[in-house]
Design a protein around this ligand. Sequence first.
Ligand code: FE
Length: 236
Amino acid sequence: MKINKDLVVEDITRRQFLNITKAVAITAAVGSFTVKARAEHVQPKLPYAMNALEPVISERTLSFHYGKHHSGYINKLNNQIIGTKYADMPLEKIILATAGNPQEQSIFNNAAQTWNHSFYWKSLTPNGGGEPSGTLKQKIESSFGSIEKCKEELSTAAGTQFGSGWAWLAIDSDQLKVVKTSNAGNPMTQGMKPLLTIDVWEHAYYLDYQNKRADYVKAILDKLLNWEFAAKNLSS
Ligand code: FE
């Protein structure tokens, strides 16, 4: 068989070129990973499938909410803190360090929205709703009078939050409270520990419920609220 030397040379050269290109790409990828590894906050995986909360929250809503809104806050936060004193701080520390500081408002917003959404996904669960049990149940009864009263307060807080924000069940010293926060607010900045939350930004429900926020909140309370998550937070 006659070997065409030109072709062989050309082939080797092309292969070498491809290998070099690959090596450069790998170096670049490793390089960028190394740079980001110190500062990067990573979006946690959803604790259920994208369609697992249907029909209360549609796959379409969840894919935008998780894939665009939540990931957007995380990307912005990562970009904002590179090279700053916040680069190596845990998320909760960033939130507490920037809360109430007008100069750090944007970092606070993206950090808190990153935290709030990760917490919100866990505050929901397929086949949730119903009633809490054990210590959480006792604590709710001693703080609110009854489970029903606690749910009413959550529903009122979620319904009356003017504009974008969150409704929370939180513990303040030894007392459980329902609080609402606007925009990216989080009760941890007021010394409370969040137990669960409901996102009442329009992006959380508008595709499914349009302007009927009360219907979205009721459906969450009845069918998705993750009382076990709240109980775990109470005991930790
Ligand atoms: Fe949201």
